[in-house]
Write a protein that binds this ligand. Structure first.
Ligand code: PGA
Length: 250
């Protein structure tokens, strides 16, 4: 089974109620631009998930950027996958490098979060990626494949899990790996998925993330085993995000 491509926007800690205008602008651009051969997702901050899910036009899924491992309970300030489902989210990003770095999230924790997402019938976008020091030390594949092996639950399937490869040094920096480097890592991830999940391995979407913008999206999305993008900065503006979706229009 061939993966369905996904272009996902990660708004990070950006967006106010007034930002719903950007979601509406995106819906209009999608209508005008014609169908693209990919799913489209916006992950706003928690505060906007319910409003965006209620307002979102068909063709734009709404997701969240993190969740707790538990369904509910005494976890002040946390949000559960059940709450996100209740708010209308259908995807949850887990293990973003900013969470791994800022909140010390381990592979084990990321895996438990992905399991919590699955338990609600939602899709988990599991992020992996090496730091610049790891790349310079020639450890990219080691690090990335280790994260894939240890962050993905045993029950991961192509319909409940998406892998996002995001080199940490490419996030928000305007720097991107060469398409050959992207293809090398994505193909190594694909082989690891095939080895672990058998024939299902071919069905997992593997997104590239890190400084994706309209001007580099076509090239990056054409690399081997790239099945979409996880977009930060350029997802905040509907015109830029739509320009990335263009990579999936004929
Ligand atoms: P960027 O972020 O597109 O701003 O580099 C990507 C991400 O962190 O998901």
């Amino acid at each position: 089974m061939k993966p369905t491509a996904l272009v996902a926007g990660n708004w990070k800690m950006n967006g106010l109620a007034s930002s719903q205008a950007e979601l509406e602008a995106l819906a209009n651009l999608l209508k005008e631009g014609g169908t693209a051969d990919c799913d489209v997702l916006i992950c706003p901050p928690f505060t906007l998930v319910a409003a965006f899910a209620a307002a979102s036009a068909a063709g734009i899924a709404i997701g969240a950027q993190d969740c707790h491992t538990a369904k509910n309970g005494a976890h002040t300030g946390d949000i559960s996958a059940e709450m996100l489902k209740d708010a209308g989210a259908t995807y949850v990003i887990v293990g973003h490098s900013e969470r791994r770095a800022d909140h010390g999230e381990s592979n084990d924790l990321v895996k438990a979060k992905a399991e919590a997402v699955h338990a609600e019938g939602l899709k988990a976008i599991v992020c992996v990626g090496e730091t610049e020091a790891e790349r310079d030390a020639g450890r990219t594949l080691d690090v990335v494949l280790g994260q894939v092996a240890n962050s993905l639950p045993a029950a991961a399937t192509p319909s409940n899990t998406i892998v996002a490869y995001e080199p940490v040094w490419a996030i928000g920096t305007g720097r991107t790996p060469t398409t050959d480097d992207v293809a090398e890592v994505h193909t190594a991830i694909r082989e690891a998925l095939n080895e672990r999940f058998g024939a299902a391995g071919e069905g997992f979407a593997i997104l590239y993330g890190g400084s994706v913008k309209p001007s580099n999206a076509h090239e990056l999305m054409a690399a081997a085993n790239v099945n979409g993008a996880l977009v930060g900065g350029a997802s905040l503006k509907a015109t830029d995000f739509n320009g990335i979706i263009d990579a999936y229009r004929n």
